[in-house]
Design a protein. Structure first.
Length: 85
């Protein structure tokens, strides 16, 4: 009987989370949630940036394929805009 009591007490003590650890656990969970949101925003931003870069690259390739002096100047301007943005 004493062993059962000790076993129950040990199990209960394992399940009890003191308030200081509970606060730490809550703060950790909030931090993890913030990290997940940040990762999600970064993924969205990466998709948008990749899409813009692809579109700009396609425009530049089209201009370079029609290369004459006027279009070379235009492609230079497009490249400068890409670098600035």
């Amino acid at each position: 009987m004493f062993k059962n009591f000790l076993g129950s007490f040990a199990l209960a003590s394992l399940l009890y989370i003191p308030p200081i650890f509970s606060d730490t656990l809550n703060a950790t969970n909030q931090y993890i949630s913030q990290l997940k949101r940040s990762v999600s925003r970064l993924k969205d931003s990466h998709k948008e940036t990749t899409k813009r870069l692809k579109n700009s690259s396609e425009k530049l390739i089209k201009v370079l394929l029609k290369a004459d002096d006027k279009n070379i100047q235009k492609s230079k301007e497009i490249l400068e805009n890409l670098i600035e943005n």
